[in-house]
Design a protein around this ligand. Sequence first.
Ligand SMILES: [Fe+2]
Length: 297
Amino acid sequence: MVWKAAAAIVVAALSSKVTETVNGIGLGLRYDLATEFLERRPKSVSWVEVHPENYVERGGRYAEILDLARRDWPVVTHGLSTCFGALEPADEGYLSDLRAFLNDLEVPWHSEHLCIGAANARFFHDLLPLPFTDEAVATSAQRICEMRDALDVPIALENVSYYAPEAADGLDEAEFVVEVLERADAKLLLDVNNVYVNARNFGFDPEAYIDKIPVGRVVQIHVAGHLVRDDGLRIDTHGEPVPDDVYRLLEYALRKVGPVPVLLERDNNVPALEELLVEIDQLWAIYERATGDQLAS
Ligand SMILES: [Fe+2]
């Protein structure tokens, strides 16, 4: 019993140490960027995020990239394939492999999307929205609890972008996200670009959305750019520079939630690293301006 208690204290101390090291501005460690990134090893990047699907049960260059990155940066994981809106429980074999991967990396939390990405063991290769209903709240909360039990790390859900209007008689998007967070006692990966894209496409106030979020549940923020089509529709492409309005919304969110780690996502039209480091510097300026008092205290 004494040994178990001592072990629990050691584990808690180790995991809090890892959590403390994930702060400031991070960058998605994407394959297209990795070679230049790992050669330059920019000091302005404080941590990196990886998609486990690229590494679990896979060796070669991916394993080498991760190994080289871990020498200088703490790693946070963000899944793409195990969406919380799924009607069926996740594959047990994959969760077992994922648990070993996360244990090895000592991640402070693991995140997946609040959407549906597969059915009947077939992947859609897209993140499709859920109806904002109580039934979807219950299903998603159940999936989150199952994943937390299987992985034994805190679980964060990420709010997604969507392009089809929801029925008018249900919850609004922020209320739906909050309901799932509370029902599952989960953490939030707040994607401010997704909030902004949805707000502009569907005509709601993005700051009012952020006001509804329980700030203590936010463990991480995503920021990215998006495409504006000729007809005005905004598409969450992760293929453009971060626009000023999204920077402004990030600052608004950081002032509310405090100094949680912020990740720059860039997955398409990936430019030279130099260009992304300019965005990283802009993010640092916002981060320090918005959280300076809390960082100093
Ligand atoms: Fe995101």
